[in-house]
Design a protein around this ligand. Structure first.
Ligand code: I22
Ligand code: ZN
Length: 196
């Protein structure tokens, strides 16, 4: 059992290091795209299933409330939280459409759709990314080795693992780094009341 603990830890550390180092330029590019969107009045629409739904909510909270700096709230929404919307779409149409219809209803040009799927193939995430693309939204994908969301993502964060848990752990690491970079880029060196 102790070997299992150490093996999981090592796999997590190794996977995170490989993915983050591979995506340094993508982190910088995503930071700039998010900054531009937020400054122009845009917002992040974030979605995923299971652990990735939790990640979507976690990331939205970092933007809306704060991450490391005292600064104004930033616009971000997880599309995983409204049970009335999700159950009515799932019940009347199809579970595959639970994010797509919300993107259609809430997305505006200048917004950024953030799709999170460890397989890259969950139909509800894929459909929402397709719709976001058609609507002209910028798209950021978080996935494992690839999958269908790869070709639908303007910026794609991949994780070199086949283990869902390791991929999720790396996604939240990448997302935390992204939050830190966006805050630094928008509010670096300024106090609580500052506006970008
Ligand atoms: O958190 C976990 C596993 O670690 C699960 O809840 C997992 O997120 C669910 O099985 C998801 O439905 C997987 O979907 P996806 O990441 O392939 O899009
Ligand atoms: Zn999980």
């Amino acid at each position: 059992m102790k070997e299992m603990i150490l093996a999981s830890l090592k796999a997590s550390l190794h996977t995170k290091e490989k993915s983050v180092l591979t995506h340094t330029d993508d982190l910088l590019a995503a930071t700039e795209n998010i900054r531009q969107s937020l400054v122009a009045g845009g917002k992040l629409l974030i979605f995923g299933n299971g652990g990735s739904a939790a990640d979507a909510q976690h990331i939205a909270a970092e933007f809306v409330n704060r991450f490391l700096k005292e600064r104004r709230p930033l616009a971000a929404m997880a599309l995983t939280t409204d049970t009335s919307v999700i159950t009515s779409i799932g019940n009347d149409y199809h579970f595959d459409q639970i994010f797509q219809k919300q993107v259609e209803a809430l997305g505006r040009i200048g917004d950024i759709a953030v799709g999170i799927s460890t397989s890259g193939n969950s139909p509800n995430v894929v459909l929402a990314m397709e719709t976001a693309r058609k609507m002209g939204l910028f798209t950021i994908g978080f996935t494992g080795r690839g999958g269908a969301i790869a070709t639908l993502s303007d910026i794609l964060f991949t994780v070199p693992s086949d283990v869902t848990a390791r991929i999720q752990e790396t996604h939240i690491t990448l997302a935390h780094i992204l939050c830190e970079l966006v805050e630094e880029r928008m509010f670096g060196g300024v106090g609580a009341a500052a506006q970008p």
